[in-house]
Design a protein around this ligand. Structure first.
Ligand SMILES: C[S@@+](CC[C@H](N)C(=O)[O-])C[C@H]1O[C@@H](n2cnc3c(N)ncnc32)[C@H](O)[C@@H]1O
Length: 277
């Protein structure tokens, strides 16, 4: 079979580079609160203990633990977990005691424990690129979800207009601060979509303005690779791996999933009578 043009090595780097600098990650998403509010409401509705797949720096998990939920968080990136641990150290003893953080891959995780609620917030599953990755990840969810439990996650709604962007164009976004130096740098992104792999490669460029004046300065770029999941395909993947969609929305305020949707926020249950082959 022909290999899609997005090389496996790029997918590997694109699943890690953005998460090497966990302090910058937290800084970049410090104002992203709408999804945290949504997952707090989900946890209030369905109850814990909770398993979070792709827990990152604990952005969502710590809020849930503060609310009184027990939570086990798993991530493959050590810098993200180190930062989550450092943040937890500043929490109350009660909050700290409710969170367990584990390093692991959500495609192979086996804890021999079941949870009434499994979450995977903020596009984690867009780092599953091939059918085999999805099969293994959803087998993990089946192995850990209690009967009548809920699996809740979000992925971006693929917008064809965004996927058609000129890959050679750099889009200027607001400047950002490098946490270690406190210096402001220009931030730009470029987007290259591979329509066969259905992978969007987002190149994140951080350039010290000094460089543009011919002087030495900070210049870093990091690729972020995101599998695009079209709604029918997502439903098919879930169905054939043992899940039924209970609810899905186009945003965290339960917006309809229609042509204005930005996210696909999905609540699913185990499908009755499903037997894995
Ligand atoms: C965008 S972050 C989301 C983190 C957190 N859920 C949040 O809402 O801030 C994606 C996280 O998924 C993790 N991740 C990606 N693929 C993974 C895998 N196969 N197994 C475990 N973690 C994974 C990354 O390391 C990263 O921390």
């Amino acid at each position: 079979m022909t290999e899609p043009r997005t090389a496996r090595s790029l997918l590997e780097v694109g699943t890690a580079a953005h998460y090497e600098d966990a302090a910058s990650y937290d800084r970049a998403y410090r104002r992203r609160r709408h999804d945290v509010a949504y997952y707090r409401e989900v946890a209030r509705t369905f109850g814990g203990p909770i398993l979070e797949l792709g827990v990152g720096t604990g952005r969502v998990a710590i809020a849930l633990a503060r609310d009184g939920h027990e939570i086990v968080g798993v991530d493959r990136m050590k810098p993200m977990l180190d930062r989550a641990r450092a943040k937890l150290a500043k929490e109350t003893r009660a909050t700290r005691d409710r969170i367990e953080l584990l390093r692991g891959d959500l495609r192979t995780l086996r804890l021999r424990r079941r949870f009434p609620l499994i979450l995977s917030p903020f596009h984690v599953l867009q780092h599953l690129y091939r059918r085999d990755d999805w099969e293994r990840a959803l087998a993990t969810v089946r192995a850990h979800l209690a009967p009548r439990g809920r699996f809740v996650f979000d992925v971006l709604f693929p917008d064809p207009r965004w996927l058609c962007r000129d890959p050679y164009r750099l889009y200027r976004l607001p400047d950002v601060t490098v946490p270690e130096t406190g210096r402001r740098v220009h931030y730009r992104e470029s987007f290259d979509y591979d329509p066969v792999a259905q992978v969007l490669v987002i190149q994140m460029h951080f350039v010290d303005p000094a460089i543009e004046r011919g002087r030495p300065g900070h210049h870093r770029w990091a690729p972020l690779t995101h599998r695009q999941l079209f709604p029918q395909e997502l439903e098919t993947l879930l169905h054939y791996n043992g899940f039924a969609i209970e609810e899905r929305h186009g945003g965290f305020a339960n917006e309809p999933l229609d042509d204005r949707a930005v996210q696909q926020v999905v609540v699913c249950t185990l499908r009755r009578g499903f037997r894995a082959r």
